[in-house]
Design a protein around this ligand. Structure first.
Ligand SMILES: [Cu+2]
Length: 82
């Protein structure tokens, strides 16, 4: 399946690359696209192998906030930055 996450906390292009590489190294992830300007991650993954919450956790472990949907504000989002 495909999911789109809204990412906060990226400050440059290499943050986006960092996130993309981490996602693509994750078992079950087929393809990941992370855009710094768009602040989004579009991830194609096998939901039998990996859960969306695991992907969000991976991004959080890198030090960024990830929420489901491009513009939605989720309860676990601590700050409305930028
Ligand atoms: Cu950076």
């Amino acid at each position: 399946m495909r999911t789109e996450l809204h990412i906060q906390g990226m400050h440059c292009e290499s943050c986006a690359i960092d996130i993309r590489e981490t996602l693509e190294e994750t078992a079950g992830v087929e393809h990941a696209d992370v855009t710094f300007n768009g602040k989004t991650a579009v991830i194609d993954f096998d939901d039998q192998t990996v859960q969306q919450t695991t992907l969000i956790k991976k991004i959080q472990d890198l030090g960024y906030q990830a929420t489901i949907g491009k513009h939605e504000q989720e309860p676990n989002q601590r700050e409305a930055g930028a």
